[in-house]
Each structure stands twice: as C-alpha cells, then as structure tokens.
Ligand binder design. Structure first.
Ligand code: ADP
Ligand code: ADP
Ligand code: MG
Length: 502
C-alpha cells in the first residue's frame, strides 16, 4: 500500500465531458463497473443518444463547442450539481488541456487520464521531442527550437534537405502543417503556417522537420499506472489518411516483424517514461521505406481508434483507465500480453469523398448497422437523426475482428455492403475501395495512398461493378429459379407458411 501515489478511491459517479460515440462507449464500460453516469450536452444534442443513455444529464449551453463542451467551469459545475466524483474527457474537446486536468483535481475530482504535467509536456511537439531525445528515442531530423527568423529558417531547411515540413508546435487534428518542396516556396508556406498556427491554436510557434516522402504512420498504445509500471499494448497501423487525418486503422501492422515491434514498443514505453506518464496514451511514429522509425508526437488521451487494440488484446481500455485512475496497479505485465488475430477499423464520416472529403451534413434517412460475428459498431446515431454541423462529422466507427488480416478485410467488405446509410454522403464507399485495392491488401502502402490511387470516379466504377456483379448473379438464376421467385407463388408460399405457424 505504501507505494500508492494517490489513495485508493472507488469512483461512484462518472461525468463524461464529451458527446457522440465516445461518450456512449465510455458510459457503457462505467455501467458495467457499477458506476453511475452523467452526460453533459449542448442544446444541439438534446436528443442525442449519450444523453438518453446516461443516468443523469445536464445542459451546458448553446451548440457551438466554445460555449458548451469547451467551457471548463460549466463542466465542473455539472459535476458538482450531480455529485459526480470523476470526469472522463474522451478525445478532442478538453481531453488534452492541462488546465482542465488541473482544475478537475483542484476541485477534488478524479481526472481519468494522465497528470496535467504530462499533458502539458506532450501538448507541445517541441517540448515532447526535447524530453524523449534524452531517452534515446529516434526523432525526425529537424529543428529543436521554434523558428521565426526567415533567413535562418531557410538555411536550416537547406541543410535538412527538401522536401521539408513546417509544423505548428501546438498543432493537432492534422492542422497546422505545410509541405515545402523547394526553396522558392519556403517564404509563403512559412507565413501561412505561422498564421494558421496562430488562428487554430493561439500559438504561432512553428518548427521544421524533414518531410519523409513515403512514410507509414504506426503508433503504439501505451498504458501506465500510478505506481511506475508502463507497458505497451502493441501497434496500430494508421497510414490510410486524408488531409493528414486517419480514416482506416488496423492492428497489428502488416510490416512489423516481432523484432521491430519489440524495438518500437520499447521506444514507446521510453517516451511514456520521459513524461512520467500514467493512464492511456498513444505514441505516434512514422516509419520510412527502410523501416527506420521516428517519434512524431504523443497523444495524452484515449484515441479514436483504440477499439482495434481492444479487439486484438481482449482488453477494455476504458475500464483499465478507470481502474488506474482509482489508484490500482496494472493487472498484467508486458510478457502477459499477446496479439490475438487482426482487427480493422473504418471511420464512417458524413463526408463526400467525391468532393474532396468535405463534410456532408444532413439527416440519416436510412441507417442500418451491419451485424454478425466479429463486428462492432461504435456510433452515436439512430435512423432519423441529423448529424449536427457544429461538431466532428464522424457518424460511426466500424471494427471487424477475425483470425487473420485477409479474413478481417473480407469481413469488413461484407459489413460495408450490409451497412445502409442514406440521406447524406459517407466514407463507406471509399473504405470499400481501399479494402479491395491491391496496395492495401498486399500491405504495401503508405500515407500517400489517397493521393496515389484515389480519384472520385473509382467510386462510380465501383457502383457500376456492383451492378454488373448483381446482374451476372441474377443471370445465373435464370430461368429455373425466376419461376419459383415469381410474385404470385412467392406470396402464396409466405402466407401458407404464416398460416401453418399460427
Ligand atoms: P486520433 O489520433 O485519435 O485519430 P485526431 O488527431 O484525429 O485523433 O483527433 C481526435 C479528435 O480530436 C477529432 O475530433 C479532432 O477533430 C479533435 N482534435 C484533435 N486535436 C485537436 C486540436 N488541437 N484542436 C481541436 N480539435 C482537435
Ligand atoms: P497531428 O497532431 O495533427 O496528429 P502529427 O505530427 O501526428 O500531427 O502528424 C499527422 C500526420 O502528418 C502523420 O500521421 C503523417 O501522416 C504526417 N506527418 C507528420 N510529420 C511528418 C513528416 N515529418 N514527414 C511526413 N509526414 C508527416
Ligand atoms: Mg498525430
């Protein structure tokens, strides 16, 4: 008992400071642990599923998140009002805000996540790089300080060698990054990067990194307790991205050998140690064509794509987060963990892939989820609901788990075919295109997949192909089976069957 940093305290009532699928996903695990749940919601989310699911719900203001989900004081007040003793921030919103984590603690509540100090350190990509360098974690070649002096920046860029990437130190969500292919573009791109960083993150600090031209994005799930134990829960391959943001993730990655997995896993654990980290976190790496890996950043929260890790490890990461926040030790050691099968997640966004993946907000006229063995859908919607324009346009995450990568892909295709959404455009057709593409199935792809292989007309061809397949199938049913499928006989058969049963 002596080594406990925080006294053991069982959580009785948990407030989830988030919305949509992640709020529901967190509440489900809390409920299984016998913990009461509190939802917060904006006026746009009055009818939302997370509000209906929770034991109690508190309205925290108008639809824009700056007036609701991002207002710390309102969330604390909702916790006080309902007698909640812990807050889970989910992802996005306040999840990586060290001031929020500190405020939650100051108010005597448990924050389900790492310490404010860890969040602050990792929230700055530059500070994070400096901290992990001491632990011999490989970094992308680049500057270790923010840079604003133009001639100096140009000189450094030339030394690193083009193409380079100008990045916002406070960046996130794929924003605040500018690729510069050659020196003549440097000045304008630098100006843009600084002004984008200022407006998006309130901090204009930028730095320069070597732009790795054909990288894979491979990240490690790490987990630490408050007693100094840290493990990794293997990797997730997240190279299928649009606008530097993930759309498809899988675990494990098809390119990691057991040796490389061990090496990267150890580096990930070292990153966590560099930040005195506890609770769930993700260490992101990029891997070049020669399988050299470099630390990108650490996300100090539960990740959108955490379910693929849950599927291959059999662990419930939210329950683990709660246990660790209560002061418990991790119930396993690194050597107890193994990978079971393969999982693929596709993110279903209300976006139009034929229109540059721009959000396509509207009402879900039809909404039918796929079902069956090994299929998990984490969503926050039902048929008839509107996807609000104020928030992230993700409708659902569909995760398929099977014994091998080939089977998980086949299952994903089957499930996409079964998933029916009408009323707005989604990324489902795009995800099916990826699942059937040779570059993806062979495992030989990188973050440039969309740029290299995707054009809007492939989706049209895909529809045509589906129609062709259907008519070919129907043709094989001719003429014998069409006779038995004739409307009159069919109706009769059904009504007879019904009669016999009653
Ligand atoms: P993941 O790596 O888990 O996929 P993302 O970087 O895609 O995470 O972001 C997860 C969520 O958080 C998304 O809803 C995204 O829009 C939001 N988000 C991430 N970083 C920021 C940021 N700095 N500012 C605003 N929203 C962010
Ligand atoms: P964010 O905080 O927005 O998630 P990251 O640093 O994690 O920012 O980068 C997001 C994505 O941008 C990565 O997944 C990768 O696809 C691409 N990226 C980032 N840094 C580099 C780099 N140095 N070279 C090539 N691609 C990069
Ligand atoms: Mg990232």
């Amino acid at each position: 008992m002596q080594d406990r940093i925080l006294p053991m305290k069982k959580i009785q009532k948990l407030l989830v400071a988030n919305r949509g699928e992640i709020a529901l996903r967190i509440m489900r695990s809390a409920r299984e642990l016998g913990i009461k749940t509190v939802a917060v919601f904006s006026e746009a989310d009055r009818q939302a599923l997370h509000v209906r699911f929770a034991d109690e719900a508190v309205c925290i203001g108008p639809p824009p998140s700056a007036q609701s989900y991002l207002v710390m004081e309102k969330i604390i007040a909702a916790a006080k009002q309902t007698g909640a003793d812990a807050i889970h921030p989910g992802y996005g919103f306040l999840s990586e805000n060290e001031d929020f984590a500190a405020l939650v603690r100051k108010e005597g509540l448990i924050f389900i996540g790492p310490s404010p100090e860890s969040i602050e350190l990792m929230g700055s990509k530059l500070a994070a790089k400096a901290a992990v360098a001491k632990f011999n974690v490989p970094l992308v070649p680049g500057t270790s300080e923010p840079i604003s002096d133009l001639p100096k920046a140009k000189k450094i860029a030339a030394e690193i060698g083009y193409p380079i990437l100008i990045k916002a130190s406070a960046g996130g969500g794929g924003k605040g990054m500018r690729i510069v292919d050659a020196e003549p573009d440097f000045e304008t791109q630098m100006e843009r990067a600084v002004s984008e960083a200022k407006s998006a993150f309130g901090d204009g600090s930028v730095f320069i990194e070597k732009y790795v031209t054909q990288p894979r994005h491979i990240e490690f799930q790490i987990f630490g307790d408050q007693h100094g134990n840290v493990v990794h829960l293997f990797e997730r391959e997240c190279s299928i991205q649009r606008r530097h943001q993930k759309v498809i993730e899988e675990a494990p990655s098809s390119i990691l050998t057991p040796e490389l997995r061990k090496k990267m896993g150890e580096a990930a654990v070292n990153v966590a140690r560099a930040a005195n980290y506890y609770n769930a976190g993700t260490v992101e790496f990029i891997v070049d064509e020669n399988l050299n890996f470099y630390f990108l950043e650490m996300n100090t929260r539960l990740q959108v794509e955490h379910p693929v890790t849950e599927e291959i490890t059999g662990l419930d990461l939210v329950k683990l987060q709660i246990k660790v926040a209560e002061g418990e030790k991790l119930p396993f050691k690194q050597e107890d963990l193994t990978i079971n099968g393969h999982a693929v997640e596709v993110r279903v966004y209300a976006e139009d892939p034929t229109n540059n993946f721009l959000p396509d907000i509207g009402t879900l006229k039809t909404y039918n989820r796929p079902q069956g063995h090994g299929i998990r859908v984490d969503d926050g919607f039902e048929q008839g609901m509107a996807v609000p324009f104020y928030y992230d346009p993700m409708i659902a995450k569909m995760i398929c788990h099977d014994s091998t990568r080939e089977r998980a892909i086949a299952k994903t295709i089957r499930a996409i075919n079964e998933y029916t959404i009408t009323g707005l455009e989604t990324t489902l057709g795009f995800c099916k295109f990826v699942m059937q593409h040779q570059a993806f199935t062979s495992g030989n792809f990188d973050t440039k997949f969309v740029e290299k292989y995707f054009t809007p007309d492939v989706l049209k061809t895909q529809d045509d192909k589906d129609e062709e397949l259907l008519s070919a199938l129907l043709a094989t049913l001719q003429p014998k089976e069409t006779a038995t499928l004739a409307p009159v006989e069919n109706t009769k058969a059904v009504s007879n069957w019904k009669k016999n049963r009653t």
